[in-house]
Design a protein around this ligand. Structure first.
Ligand SMILES: Cc1ncc(COP(=O)(O)O)c(C=O)c1O
Length: 410
């Protein structure tokens, strides 16, 4: 921990009391946990499956069984077989395993990797690492709504391409890619290409069928399906070669060493199961809340742009708006004083004041990217939560615009 940051965070906590009403919309950075999942997981911290999954005693067997059950639940949800699900400790690790591990295992078939320009940093940064070891990495552009154009992918994939990675749902602007078409285009160009999709933001929000999509590798993250953070999963199609990229003692997972986070994995499986059982109910509720929040803000606050697509091409939970003449970071802090928690710019790199690469890739200017807010709803938000945000957000924007040097032309 950096000591200066720890001190200033402590001061911030002391200066800002806990607001009476709170609405947490920063589900990009960390998701909330469904109450049923909390109930389910609590025993795992008490006395259930407390052992190491590779050890020969009862608590160890129970742990093994818990991991196996979770892989069955996840496999069922995505139409795979349980042996095709490999657990890691996060979505970041699963993406690293996919990019580095597939490139490493298949480098004899080619040294070109193609990714979209709007991928999560846990895809882009490992791809950049590959570049340092002699791989060519091509970032394909997207259109103004974040869709990868099939022609662009077709132009980028060739016989030397070993791996393509395009997220099913974009984590920042919610674009639901027409992935099946992209997979077909890539495989037409080179049937040996391995197609990875980061589906962390897709599972339980849009349909994810690895068979229908035709993908070879797919990433998932526990907190994205409303289980506690601390588990990730990589679907690896049978027969597709991926090598280990982290070394240490192996347990039940051959692709990722280290003792499994059994409570997080068990909760992950349960949350996926629940989300599948309540898919229609959850998705239609999120869409209703998303639309009420988006429409309400755009009606009440001038100079606001919607980032990402509208309608079915957008993830049910995603609201991303640019507030012109307004500094997004300042707005997140102002909103925090009202108990409304959101993120700005690029959610996963908030400590770095660089404008979001996703917003720049869809053609937003730097100041439009800097003035953006990312808000995600979940099935347990209420209409009253949305009303509260609509009550306080215009006030917060007005105050931040009042102290901003950039003003709208009179
Ligand atoms: C699309 C996407 N992929 C990967 C990740 C990383 O997952 P984790 O937070 O589990 O490392 C995130 C972040 O939450 C994400 O939104």
């Amino acid at each position: 921990m950096e000591r200066d940051i720890a001190r200033s965070v402590r001061e911030l906590l002391e200066a800002h009391g806990r607001p009476k009403r709170e609405v947490y919309l920063d589900l990009e950075n960390v998701g909330l946990v469904l109450p049923e999942v909390v109930e389910y997981v609590i025993d795992y911290f008490r006395n259930k499956a407390i052992g190491h999954p590779a050890i020969t005693h009862r608590p160890g067997w129970e742990a093994y069984e818990a991991v196996a059950e979770a892989s069955e639940k996840i496999a069922k949800a995505i139409g795979a077989s349980p042996s095709e699900v490999a657990f890691t400790h996060s979505g970041t690790e699963a993406n690293n395993l996919a990019i580095l591990g597939a490139a490493k295992a298949n480098k004899k078939s080619g040294k070109k990797v193609v990714v979209s320009s709007v991928e999560h940093m846990s895809v882009l940064l490992p791809a950049e690492e590959l570049e340092k070891t002699g791989f060519e990495v091509v970032k394909v552009p997207v259109d103004r709504e974040g869709f990868v154009k099939p022609e662009a992918l077709e132009g980028a994939v060739d016989r030397s391409t070993v791996l393509v990675s395009v997220a099913l749902v974009n984590h920042e602007i919610g674009t639901v890619q027409r992935l099946k078409e992209l997979v077909e285009v890539a495989k037409d160009r080179n049937p040996n290409v391995i197609f990875h999709t980061d589906a962390a933001d897709a599972l339980n929000k849009v349909e994810v069928s690895v068979e229908r999509l035709g993908v070879d590798l797919a990433t998932f993250s526990s907190h994205k399906v409303y289980a506690p953070r601390g588990a990730g999963a990589l679907y690896v199609r049978e027969g597709v070669k991926v090598e280990r990229v982290v070394y240490g003692p192996l347990s039940s997972q051959v692709l990722w060493p280290g003792v499994e986070n059994v409570p997080a994995i068990a909760a992950f499986g349960r949350a996926v199961e629940l989300g599948q059982a309540k898919f229609d109910e959850h998705v239609s509720k999120m869409k209703r809340l998303r639309d009420a929040l988006t429409r309400g803000i755009m009606e009440r606050v001038p100079h606001v742009l919607l980032n990402g697509p509208k309608g079915d091409g957008r993830a049910p939970d995603n609201v991303n708006l640019s507030f012109l003449y307004c500094e997004g970071e300042a707005l997140t802090i102002e909103l925090s004083t009202y108990g409304v928690y959101v993120s700005s710019g690029s959610a996963c790199t908030t400590r770095i004041l660089e404008p979001s690469h996703v917003l720049l890739a869809i053609g937003r200017k730097r100041e439009e990217a800097h003035g953006s807010l990312l808000m995600k709803v979940w099935p347990l938000h209420s209409e009253e939560d949305v009303e509260y945000v609509l009550e306080v957000l215009p006030k917060a924007v007005e105050r931040i615009r009042g102290i901003s040097v950039e003003k709208p032309e009179a």
